[in-house]
Write a protein that binds this ligand. Structure first.
Ligand code: WT7
Length: 633
């Protein structure tokens, strides 16, 4: 617990130290972990290569730092509290000792199935403790997990399997989400028709739904663990060995596999978890994310478990079976730290205060927000009605690529400012730059957000494509990591994140590349060309607006629109389905053939009073037609 900052002056001192002597700073933090062999070098880096190594040549196993490091002191403490989708079903409380045994047993099972250090394992599972066990077992044996959100379609799953050449897929017989039972095993079966590397599928029983098991390939989870020992000697890994790959959308092409490695990620997730949430030993902490996203990786599984915390895992959705479900769970388990997304806050805010009334929420000490900018209205509602005006609200800015929280208040220590992520964590050196990459120093400045010095959990590459890694993050402003976000430093020096400045849309806290959605739309046989933009959406933050040029002969626009939405749903998944589709005859293009998205964004946002300079357009006449929404044939 010595890693925890206690006061504002403590934060300031710690921050100064972390900037002036980063290696000494992180070396000291890392000392509280269990390393099988210490590092030769805390950090070696070059943002041009780029090549980043933390704790060079150190040997460790991350799970020894979750289990062996803590078992003597809190083996009986609850590691995971699991709340099922249906509140009538029994919950589960799993102690550190039990979680250790489950992890060891499944590690042995994976090895018996032929999984070796370095092999890639796809996890396509519901929010059940076994999903966390699967991740931990991979970490224990040195296999590289890639969790795929179980709402992605079979083709999105197949793309990920193919990209990382996975050897094994872990899934379940079904997935309860609200009133639905999603047939995830069927999705896996369909995906595997388009892949050739997967040797085994391990199926965990959850819903007792009937599934077809392919005899040479599919095995039951309960069968493979049968007879396996609950002891397992952790495999020795290098600090820079891969821990996991997590796919995320970018502004171009297919999702990329963000690579995180073992040592630095371990150090940073524990450190940031303890400091941002100010977790205390008997607290119950709850993050509502899904393990399919980085938030679930770093702040449901790794950060809390490394810190020896009790982490609550919820299988269901915020509104099932009623709109007070989150608040009911907080009271049921006396949750102390609650961490969710602005989109959930806005959706629950829309239900009014009635669903909150039956619950006291008085166990809450800290509330948190993540995934997208939180608007002031939602910030105040969350602060006043959930935090009852006396819980610090941590607005945490970070990314899949950063591995952990980068800019955020430390609960109760650094001041709260509505809608501001506020100040960087120790070790994080954010800079705001202008279009040419000049650093804008001082306050009252706005520009693009970069980070100029490495931190332990920075991504190391994009899987199988180091060139893309360099181009995406280190080429826009050479010598700096470019986040893709705009930011403002206000007159007091607090940072406010303004949202993406690239072709990425943030829908309900999920990242979608416009190009990815366009590619999916273009799969529809009648679509000739499409363009996708984001627009402000009351609940989702941003909605997806698609313009499509189609062959309209003999079919109504309404039918086309529904089919296009269905195509995207099928190719990527429900989260990428456009909110609006407009069939058009042309798209505004410059003479060089580039779509002028600025105009499309304005039309989608119903902000057409000033469209800016359109003199470089090849076909200005399409604008009026698009605004009209009823193009003439
Ligand atoms: C993008 C990263 C970090 C885990 C969840 C999303 C946006 C994230 C905030 C925040 C404003 C935020 C950024 C960022 N974002 N948190 N507190 N305030 N914007 O991870 O899918 O990798 O998306 O989410 O635009 O670049 P992700």
């Amino acid at each position: 617990m010595s890693q925890k900052i206690q006061t504002l002056s403590g934060y300031i001192n710690e921050y100064q130290r972390s900037v002036h002597q980063p290696e000494k700073f992180w070396g000291r933090i890392a000392q509280s972990f269990h390393w099988q062999k210490p590092w030769d070098n805390v950090l070696s880096w070059d943002f041009k290569g780029p090549d980043i190594k933390w704790f060079e040549n150190a040997k460790l196993n991350l799970t020894e730092n979750i289990f062996e490091r803590h078992l003597f002191t809190h083996g009986e403490k609850a590691a995971i509290i699991w709340e099922p989708n249906d509140p009538k079903e029994a919950h589960r409380i799993i102690s550190y000792r039990e979680l250790f045994e489950m992890t060891c047993q499944f590690s042995n099972a994976l090895e018996a199935q032929g999984v070796e250090k370095g092999d890639r394992v796809i996890i396509y599972m519901p929010m059940i403790p076994e999903a966390a066990v699967a991740m931990l077992a991979c970490a224990r044996i040195g296999a590289v997990h890639s969790v795929v959100f179980a709402g992605f379609s079979s083709s999105a799953l197949a793309d990920r399997i193919n990209d990382c050449e996975a050897k094994i897929v872990l899934t379940s017989d079904g997935n309860f989400r609200g009133s639905k039972n999603i047939p995830v095993k069927e999705v896996v079966d369909e995906a595997l028709e388009k892949t050739s590397t997967v040797e085994k599928v391990i199926v965990c029983k959850r819903t007792n739904s009937e599934v077809t098991m392919k005899s040479t390939r599919d095995v039951w989870w309960h069968d493979v663990i049968k007879g396996q020992s609950i002891d397992h000697k952790a495999v020795t890994l290098d600090a820079e060995d891969l821990l996991f790959i997590l796919y995320t959308s970018g502004s171009t092409g297919k999702p990329k596999g963000v690579v995180h490695t073992t040592g630095g990620y371990m150090v940073y997730t524990q450190y940031s978890f303890l400091n941002v949430f100010q977790y205390e030993q008997d607290d119950v902490y709850w993050c509502t994310a899904d393990i399919g996203w980085i938030t679930g990786h770093s702040y449901i599984v790794y950060g809390p478990l490394l810190a020896g915390a009790t982490t609550l895992m919820f299988e269901g959705v915020p509104t099932y079976p009623h709109a007070g479900r989150f608040w009911e769970i907080i009271d049921k388990y006396k949750v102390n730290q609650f961490y969710t997304a602005p989109t959930a806050i806005r959706a629950l805010q829309a239900k009014g205060l009635e669903p909150i009334a039956p619950y006291s929420l008085d166990s809450l000490k800290v509330i948190g927000s993540v995934g997208e900018p939180i608007n002031e209205e939602a910030w105040h509602w969350y602060h006043d009605h959930i935090g009852k005006g006396n819980c610090p609200l941590v607005d945490t800015w970070w990314q899949t690529e950063t591995g952990g929280i980068m800019i955020s208040p430390l609960a109760g220590i650094t001041p709260n400012k509505p809608a501001h992520a506020s100040l960087p964590l120790p070790g994080i050196q954010p800079v705001i730059v202008d279009a040419e990459g000049n650093e804008l120093k001082g306050n009252n400045v706005e520009g693009n957000l970069c980070i100029k010095f490495p931190w332990p959990s920075i991504l190391r590459t994009t899987y199988g494509d180091h060139k893309r890694f360099k181009e995406t993050y280190f080429s826009t402003y050479p010598g700096m990591y470019f986040t893709g976000d705009g930011a403002k430093r206000d007159h007091d020096g607090y940072l406010r994140i303004l949202g993406r400045v690239d072709d990425v849309i943030n829908v309900s806290g999920h990242r979608m590349g416009t190009a990815e959605v366009e590619n999916a739309i273009n799969e529809h046989p009648r679509v000739i060309e499409s363009a996708v933009v984001g627009y402000p959406h009351d609940i989702k933050g941003q909605g997806i607006y698609a313009y499509a040029i189609c062959d309209r002969e003999g079919v109504s626009d309404q039918v086309l629109i529904e089919e296009i939405k269905g195509t995207v749903r099928k190719i990527i998944g429900p989260i990428a389905k456009p909110d609006e589709v407009q069939i058009v005859n042309g798209l505004p293009k410059t003479r060089s053939g580039k779509i002028m998205r600025r105009i499309l964004r304005k039309v989608a946002s119903k902000d057409i009073s000033n469209l800016g300079d359109t003199s470089t357009l090849l076909n200005p006449e399409v604008i009026a037609e698009i605004i009209d929404g009823s193009p003439s044939d």
